[in-house]
Structure formats: structure tokens, C-alpha cells
Write a protein that binds this ligand. Structure first.
Ligand SMILES: *Cc1c(COP(=O)(O)O)cnc(C)c1O
Length: 483
């Protein structure tokens, strides 16, 4: 490349260009933010795909500015904005500013938190946050863990540890010599029907098969029944099978219901079965000034999933898996000569992780805690939970709607348009999104379609949700008339 060419790499010589570029980009996004007046434009795949397909990736534009302008058409104009008060659909949160700013730092330095010689201070930042979170959970002095890409990966890793602990036990206690793989078909996991689908996926990936996940009955508030769990584990043993792990969900994705952690811990302890708590959604309660008690019993878990990118208002990705006993992490350790030889004496997060090269996502949470503090984060999650309670009451009182589940312990609200069949719910939801009037989700409750709000925006008010409800009702009326 000729010396006169515009610099393309971030280094000392391009520092001033870097400064310009970042401020140009932030200016561009800031301008967008100022003009966002709805959560989404409602553009269809048929409209947007040709615009993206038309880009010739082998013929670059003259400069970054041109690429940024082009991106406006391809992405930013029709992006889904989770911060908008009428975004009420999935488990996506608005993000706190210190964390967004930290993204710039971690991408610029490009630390990889695998070995000390690629991350130095980043290693300790991540470890401190793991220790801090484990302290909030109450896991005790031997706890450890690692940041992951999300709850799916955290659950996978936790269940991998549970699997390998169980396999070790089976092999050790077997009368005849047994190879580890021979133990796999006998292992079973336990979860309620309302646990996250990543549990079943993990069972598949771990060589156990989906059938290895035994569904434990839940009560009418969608919480696991501990007596049913006890019975299921006994049946499993009676069949000569091996209970390898129980997944208690602290905040089911649909209902925000929290499995009774204390009684489940009792059952797990009595049967000596690994207890995993999937708190991907409910982890925000760890910092809640008023609701921490809802997680009572979580401190007895063997492993815990937390998704900071759900209820800690962090940009994707930011999640962690925590373990009570750090020695269980040996199941994911592999010593490579080139990276982390066994005789290496430095702290290595790679020894605890399914990933090798890995982002310093921890920096976002670090800057959040240092600039805002945990109470501020917990207060925001509390506000979302409070709002969900208000909306549920509001829907109970509004004859145009019916609630489809009891009031959530967290921040989901399930409801239906009264007198509308499944198709009406679905079409009304799509119409509201297509018109940019608001975004709500849908799921199935007791075999019927229900609409679902997942509230994670502490600044959303009942007065923001009212117009979305009105729009749903208006579309539903029209849909029924059109029939
Ligand atoms: C969202 C969610 C997951 C999956 O987490 P990702 O970060 O999306 O991978 C797992 N469990 C529960 C209960 C969830 O709500």
C-alpha cells in the first residue's frame, strides 16, 4: 500500500483519525436517536432484502462516510430500537451509557480474555466481577465462573459440568470397568416445561439427547413443583438411571415465574444432584433494593446463569456462568502448549471457558458499576417489575382484554384481546408492529395464543402502553369486521 493511503489500522499514527471516526459515528447515531419516534418502522423482509442484496461487497465505496450513509438505508433506518417506550416485546433492554462507552474501549484495545498475556488487567476485572456476582448470589468462598456470550452458552457450560461430575461418579462407582461414554445414555436432567429451550438444546449438544430432559410438573403459577421433582428423581433412580442435574429457572422467559429455589435445593441435596439455577432473566434481582428476597435459595445452587444483557441493562453480549466449587471448572480445561501449558503460573480465564478468543465484555459491567453503582441498576429492574404489575391490573380492569396468566413475579404480562381467537391475536399484533405503533410478543398459554409484554424499560409508563393497547383493539375490531 502506498504511504499516502488513508490509514486503515488503529495505531499511534491513526489516533486522530480514530477520534474523528468515533465522534462521527456517535454523532450519526445521536442524530438517529433524536429522530426515532417509534420502536420500528415495520418494514417487511421482502422490502429490505433486495436493498441489502444489491450491495456489491467486492466494490468498496470511496470512504467510510459513504459507507455510513449507505448503512442508514440498510440498517439504521429500520432498526428495532429497544430503548423506545413502546418496545414491549422480547427480553431486550435499553442499555446504560457507561456500558455503551465501554464497548468503544474494549473494541479499540481488543483485549482477548483468554490468557494473562493477552489481557492482563482485563483478567482481573473479569475475575472481580465474577467474585462480586458470586458474592451477591451467596455461593461461598470456593465460587468461581466466567463470562460467556449469553444464557444459552452459560446453560450449556453449567450442564456440561453437571454431566461430567455425574459421569465421574458413575464410572467411579461402577462394579465393572466403564468408559465415560457408556455412562451418557443413563444420565437424565430435570426441568419444568417452562424452562428455556436452551436446556434441551444443551442436552442434545452434550450427547444426552433431548429425551434426557425429564419434564417436571409445575403449579398454576408456572413454578416447578418440588414434590414432583422429588418423585421424578426417585423414578429415575428406580429405573436404574442417573439424575445428573436439575435446572431451576429464576424467571421463566414467558411468565417471569421463579421456581421455588429453597425447596428445590432441599430435593437436590437429599438426592445429591447438581442444582443449576437459570437466572438469565431474574439476575437483576441480585441488585434490586426491594426484591432480592425472591431469589432466596439461589445461594444453594451448584451453578448459576446470569444474563447481564437482560436485566443489568448491558449491551449484548454480557453473561456469566458461576459455580459453587471452582474445581468443577476443570471439566472445561485443556492445556495447550502454545497457550496455557499446565506449568503456566499466570491467571488464565481460558481454563474456565468454552471459548478461546473472547471479548472483554466484563468491562461494560465494570464501568456500569463504577459510574452508576448496583443500586441504580437494581432500581431500574424494579421499575420494570413495578410497571408490569400496574399493566396487569390495568388489563384486568379493561373489558377489551383478558389476562392470560397471573401477575408475573418479574416483568412479563400475558393477555388476550377479549373475544378474539388465536388468529385475531396474531394478526392484531402484526398490524400494530407493521404500523410502527408498538411491539408486543406472542406465545402459547394453555394451548392458545396469548400476547406478551416483556417490560425492561424503566422509563416506560402506563401512558406509553395505553396507546399500544388501543391500537391492538382497533386492529382486532377491523380484522373481525373484515371477516
Ligand atoms: C434469554 C434466556 C436464556 C438464553 O439466553 P441468551 O442470552 O439469549 O442466550 C436462557 N434462559 C432464560 C430463562 C432466558 O430468559
Amino acid at each position: 500500500m502506498p504511504k499516502s493511503a488513508a490509514p486503515t489500522l488503529l495505531n499511534r499514527d491513526s489516533a486522530s483519525q480514530y477520534r474523528r471516526l468515533v465522534s462521527q459515528v456517535s454523532g450519526h447515531v445521536a442524530e438517529r436517536l433524536a429522530s426515532v419516534d417509534r420502536p420500528w418502522t415495520g418494514i417487511t423482509p421482502a422490502e429490505l432484502r433486495p436493498v441489502v442484496d444489491a450491495v456489491d461487497l467486492d466494490r468498496p465505496l470511496p470512504d467510510f462516510e459513504a459507507a455510513l450513509d449507505e448503512l442508514g438505508e440498510l440498517y439504521l433506518r429500520d432498526a428495532v430500537w429497544f430503548h423506545h417506550p413502546r418496545y414491549l416485546a422480547h427480553l431486550n433492554c435499553p442499555v446504560v451509557l457507561p456500558a455503551v462507552a465501554a464497548e468503544t474501549i474494549l473494541a479499540s484495545v481488543n483485549t482477548s480474555v483468554d490468557t494473562w498475556d493477552q489481557s492482563a488487567g482485563g483478567t482481573f476485572i473479569e475475575q472481580r466481577l465474577i467474585d462480586w456476582t458470586a458474592g451477591r448470589v451467596g455461593l461461598g468462598p470456593d465460587a468461581d465462573g466466567v463470562f460467556t456470550s449469553g444464557g444459552t452458552q452459560s446453560n450449556l457450560q453449567a450442564l456440561l459440568l453437571a454431566r461430567d461430575e455425574a459421569v465421574e461418579n458413575v464410572v467411579k462407582n461402577s462394579a465393572e470397568p466403564l468408559r465415560s461414554v457408556e455412562a451418557l445414555p443413563r444420565l437424565r436432567l430435570f426441568a419444568s416445561a417452562h424452562s428455556h429451550f436452551s436446556v434441551v438444546k444443551a442436552a442434545r449438544l452434550l450427547g444426552l439427547g433431548e429425551d434426557a430432559v425429564i419434564t417436571v410438573a409445575a403449579d398454576d403459577r408456572y413454578r416447578m413443583n418440588p414434590a414432583a421433582l422429588d418423585g421424578a428423581i426417585e423414578n429415575c433412580r428406580a429405573d436404574g438411571l442417573v439424575p445428573a442435574g436439575v435446572v431451576a429457572t429464576a424467571g421463566t422467559t414467558d411468565f417471569g415465574s421463579i421456581d421455588p429455589l429453597e425447596p428445590i435445593a432441599e430435593v437436590c441435596e437429599a438426592h445429591r444432584v447438581w442444582m443449576h439455577v437459570d437466572a438469565a432473566y431474574g439476575c437483576g434481582l441480585l441488585v434490586s433494593p426491594t426484591r432480592r428476597g425472591l431469589l432466596a435459595g439461589i445461594e444453594r445452587a451448584d451453578s448459576v446463569t446470569v444474563d447481564y444483557h437482560k436485566s443489568f441493562f448491558q449491551p449484548v453480549s454480557s453473561s456469566a456462568v458461576l459455580v459453587r466449587d471452582r474445581s468443577s471448572l476443570r471439566h472445561v480445561t485443556h492445556h495447550a502448549d502454545y497457550l496455557n501449558p499446565a506449568e503456566g503460573m499466570f491467571p488464565n480465564q481460558v481454563d474456565k471457558s468454552l471459548q478461546t478468543t473472547r471479548r472483554l465484555d466484563a468491562l461494560k459491567l465494570w464501568m456500569t458499576l463504577r459510574a452508576l453503582g448496583p443500586d441504580a441498576v437494581g432500581g431500574m429492574f424494579d421499575a420494570a417489575c413495578d410497571l408490569a404489575g400496574q399493566v396487569w391490573e390495568h388489563l384486568e380492569a379493561d373489558p377489551r382484554f383478558e389476562t392470560a396468566a397471573p401477575a408475573s413475579e418479574l416483568s412479563t404480562v400475558l393477555f388476550r384481546l377479549a373475544g378474539g381467537d388465536d388468529e385475531v391475536q396474531r394478526l392484531a399484533r402484526e398490524a400494530v408492529a407493521a404500523a410502527g405503533e408498538g411491539m408486543v410478543a406472542a406465545t402459547r398459554v394453555e394451548g392458545r395464543t396469548a400476547l406478551k409484554l416483556t417490560l425492561l424499560n424503566p422509563e416506560t409508563r402506563l401512558s406509553d402502553i395505553g396507546p399500544v393497547l388501543d391500537a391492538l383493539d382497533r386492529h382486532a375490531t377491523r380484522i373481525k369486521e373484515d371477516r
